[in-house]
Design a protein around this ligand. Structure first.
Ligand code: CUA
Length: 370
């Protein structure tokens, strides 16, 4: 193998370090935007600086200094330096000192863990059930009849208590998890695997484990959009399992909830043709509240895949990897697996037998789902 020149190694190292300076990085836990994330950051900073200054700089400094001072030189007699093995004072000192340092880190860490794990109380706590699917996030607002995907809305300055559950099949664990309280958790599409829910600017990371219900507290100080993603390898499209958290003022949030609770509007013309195709083909997995078939009978869709009632109100879809635009919807409905590896959504053109015109009609219908 050819040796890699030193300059190249330097370049690679510099590039790795420089990536951390990306100005538009939206997923930085060093930029806390709410009390939960701030508590974690307040814990991280002193530990980090303590690790850098006294420990790293002192230890590495002494190491370099000794290496240089006692390096091999012409004229210096070779031999063994004075031995200190069995020096009781030194042994005690370097046992106690690290123990004290670790205790200094452990006490605030454990206190913060307890603090963050406590369930918030009070009338203004918002409860949201978050379900990890292969590979998208579902958000259910307990008691409010809101079921959405990929984009989570929360009011600012409000503690949001999240229950995290894994959806999917292939798991025979203990009792079904608590996220079933509102709607049953679908158990046939995709595997029930471990995911990890992470919005770095708002909270720490929490695993989503099949058969368990983990909880997490998130809260945002300011209106805005915060990026999140799955942080535990969960299969082919793990890297495409993203989401957004949209923090809104209380009144904007209440308006959003009302919009989400309403049924889908009844489509006309091309869109109405699309609604018919949707009712026949897509409802095996997707639900749209208020959907009717050609005879005007309500059609109950399955809840295996995202509920699409207000699809166009979400800025992104398919694990939040595509912006919700006409072109992206056409490409997705035409051939989803091509755009997201391992996608459980079949290809409209090749698996479901839709024509290109059918796809246009379905997308025209989807675009009425405001
Ligand atoms: Cu879900 Cu990685």
């Amino acid at each position: 193998m050819r040796r890699i020149p030193r300059l190249a190694w330097g370049g690679i190292a510099l590039a790795v370090v420089a990536v951390a300076c990306e100005p538009n990085a939206t997923q930085s836990s060093l930029n806390p935007q709410g009390p939960t994330a701030e508590k974690i950051d307040r814990l991280f900073e002193p530990v980090f600086w303590f690790a850098v200054v006294p420990i790293f700089i002192l230890v590495e400094g002494l190491l370099i200094w000794f290496s240089l001072k006692y390096r091999r030189r012409k004229g210096r007699p070779a031999g063994v330096p004075p031995q200190i093995h069995g020096n009781t004072r030194l042994e005690i000192a370097w046992t106690i000192l690290p123990a004290v340092i670790l205790a200094g880190v452990a006490v605030p860490t454990v206190a913060t863990i307890w603090d963050l794990a406590s369930k918030p109380t009070g009338p203004n706590v918002l409860n949201v059930d978050v379900l990890g699917h292969q590979w998208w996030w579902e958000f259910r607002y307990a008691g409010q009849k809101v079921d959405t995907a990929n984009v989570m809305h929360i009011p600012v300055d409000t503690p949001v208590f999240v229950r995290l559950c894994a959806a999917g099949s292939g798991f025979s664990g203990p009792s079904p998890n608590e996220c079933q309280s509102d709607l049953p958790v679908p158990s046939t599409l995709g595997g029930a695997v471990i995911h990890s829910f992470w919005v770095p600017e708002l909270a720490g990371k929490q695993d989503v484990v099949p058969g368990r219900t983990n909880t997490l507290l998130i809260q945002a100080d300011h209106p805005g959009t915060y990026s999140g993603q799955c942080a535990e390898y969960c299969g082919l499209s793990h890297a495409y399992m993203r989401f957004k958290v949209v923090a809104q003022t209380q009144s904007d949030f209440e308006q959003w909830v009302r919009d989400q609770q309403s049924d889908a509007a009844q489509p006309t013309s091309l869109a109405s043709q699309g609604a018919g195709i949707f009712a026949q083909t897509c409802t095996r997995c997707h639900a749209i509240n208020g959907l009717k078939d050609a005879q005007g009978n309500p059609v109950q869709g399955a809840i295996e895949a995202p509920n699409l009632t207000h699809l166009m109100s979400r800025q992104c879809f398919a694990g939040c990897i595509f912006r919700t635009t006409h072109e992206n919807l056409v490409a997705w409905v035409s051939n989803a697996p091509e755009r997201k590896p391992g996608s459980l959504m079949p290809s409209g053109l090749y698996d479901l037998g839709l024509s290109k015109q059918d796809v246009q009609a379905v997308v025209a219908y989807l675009e009425t789902l405001k």
